[in-house]
Ligand binder design. Sequence first.
Ligand SMILES: [Zn+2]
Length: 236
Amino acid sequence: MSPQGWDLIFRRALNDWEVDRVAGLLHTLNAFLGVTESPDTPIWKMHKKGIFSLKFCYWSLNSNQAMEMEWPWKLIWKIKVPHKVSGFIWLAIRKACLTHEVLQRRGIQICSRCFMCGEEAEVNSHLFLHCRTTANLWDMFLCILGVNWVMPKITLELLRQWEGVGRRRRSKEDWWKCIPACIWWTLWKERNERSHDGKLNSTQKIKMNSLSLLYFWCKQDLAGEVASLVDFKAQL
Ligand SMILES: [Zn+2]
């Protein structure tokens, strides 16, 4: 009988070559803590308490730290924006949101043209970084921040470099973290309105929309301090 109460009775005597296998089986059974009266529960072995959490799973999968250092997850998942926007930012830097570039890659025949400027093909980096309408938005926020900036080639690189913008700012202020999300979400909504509904806002209106969006996202933090969008812009 094993210490856990296992009492194995075999129908025949063991052969020599079977003894090691039975010893292995008993060894495995010994590791079993025994049946308790509490209900069965799933145990996740990677956590010392057996509890599964998405956060711990993420860290376990990135245990080599390299990906964690390079992937700008804080500017995606830790900013105070709606989850659907975070999801969209994640898609944008993975070049997976459905621009003409992606649709063509999926085999859809389409004559690609940027909805914002009408001059170049709609590829991820053009729409979110280099289009002249997009550049207007970036310039507005960079001017507010007082930052000199060289636009990188790809969206992922932008988000990686954006961390550097905050190093000179007071730790309490974190609205600047939402700016890439604010610009990209504003552009994407405008782009879809132009694409699906044929509506077209002026560049000035798009800039106002992005400021309003940032104000809306930050409003809860600033409640009581900022009464209006004009006050908000003055405080940035
Ligand atoms: Zn364009």
